[in-house]
Ligand binder design. Structure first.
Ligand SMILES: [Zn+2]
Ligand SMILES: [Zn+2]
Length: 365
């Protein structure tokens, strides 16, 4: 099967022929129909993150149709439509048992036993799966705890987006921050994750929703998604001052959806007394941030991280599908480019230039 493989960091993706094994106990073989291009893969391709055994099939935002299941799998069967998620849960650890399965670290429980054949290989040599998924491939072989079944009338290109970006952004609002109706929100960064956070704020009943980006095109999409105000950070001197002015002193909830030191510090400063700042963006590994200590205790401000939208994805993702199908969650508007697997490097080049909200691979092209 064809797959996009990363062989060096930094490096481009190579389209190669990869051998995929049959599903073992607890595993699911999926025909991948669509895969979204998410920023996290790019961090490895560009070398900001480098802890990844290579070679690896990249991709972690995919949806498809179950082809076969291994022994003991009764959650899905051949023909079921599924989304994969990197928050693979063991179901047994403290995090899984206390409602925080997105923080599960018990990877061994959902991996193949030591010494057994690799799920993927190239000329007899093992090939890894990015995020234990390897979604930029015509087929995926994953643990059953990496999939959620979705309704058959959910278009799989939109379902793929729910597999990472949408769940990350919407979940940061619904599940990490748990904003109250009427509260004021600012989202810095209007890419796939930021636009999802903006939509989450609208659906959750936020009062004012301010979007900040340096692309006017993305800010236009942000308005469609629910932003009540937009600020082009390249055109104003003081973004924090603008937000404070618009809200009379700062927002209740500020979300950083880029992953940069400067913008994390910006959201911290624009959250008001008693407010909460949520970091969603994937920051370069080892990056430190500076905030002023007295603001934490004197002003009761909170800084939180949100990992994959604090998801319980088998519950959350079908809900997000329902919200798309009933018209509340706008996903058609977020897909800016659709392309075949062969064009994947062009898709990432668009992302580097900040020109794509979300590009989606269609494996039939
Ligand atoms: Zn992602
Ligand atoms: Zn667990």
């Amino acid at each position: 099967m064809k797959a996009a493989v990363l062989n060096a960091i930094p490096g481009e993706l190579n389209i190669e022929d990869i051998t995929i094994d049959k599903p073992g106990p607890g595993e699911v073989l999926i025909q991948t129909i669509n895969a979204g291009l998410c920023h996290s893969d790019l961090h490895f391709m560009d070398g900001q993150w480098d802890r990844l055994p290579l070679p690896a099939v990249m991709g972690h935002e995919s949806a498809g149709i179950v082809q076969a299941v291994g022994d003991g799998v009764d959650y899905v069967k051949a023909g079921d439509h599924v989304i994969t998620c990197l928050s693979i849960f063991c179901g047994k650890c403290d995090f899984c048992l206390t409602g925080r399965p997105n923080l599960c670290q018990n990877n061994a429980a959902t991996a193949r036993p030591r010494g057994s054949a690799s799920r993927l290989s190239r000329n007899g040599e093992a090939v890894g799966q990015f995020a234990r998924l390897g979604g930029f491939a015509e087929e995926m072989l994953v643990h059953e705890h990496a999939v959620v079944k979705v309704r058959d009338d959910m278009p799989l290109d939109k379902a793929a987006l729910i597999g990472c970006g949408v769940t990350t952004g919407v979940g940061a609002v619904f599940k990490t921050a748990r904003i109250e109706p009427g509260s004021t929100v600012c989202v810095v960064g209007a890419g796939g994750i930021g636009l999802s956070a903006i939509q989450g704020a609208r659906i959750a009943g936020a009062g004012r929703v301010i979007a900040v980006d340096i692309s006017d095109a993305k800010l236009e999409t942000a308005k469609i998604c629910g932003a009540t105000d937009v600020i082009n950070g390249a055109k104003v001197d003081d973004v924090v001052g603008e937000v404070r002015e618009l809200t009379g002193g700062g927002v209740d909830y500020a979300f950083e959806a880029i992953g940069r030191k400067e913008t994390v510090e910006q959201v911290w400063k624009m959250s008001k007394m008693g407010g909460t700042s949520v970091v969603i963006g994937m920051m370069p590994f080892g990056q430190k941030i500076e905030i002023t200590g007295y603001e934490i205790f004197m002003m009761e401000k909170t800084l939180k991280g949100s990992m994959m939208g604090s998801n319980s994805f088998r519950v959350d993702m079908p809900r997000y599908c329902d919200m798309y199908l009933d018209g509340r969650l706008l996903l058609d508007e977020m897909v800016s480019h659709t392309m075949g697997l062969d064009q994947i490097n062009d898709g990432y080049e668009l992302m580097r230039k900040g020109e794509s909200a979300r590009a989606v691979i269609d494996f039939s092209l």
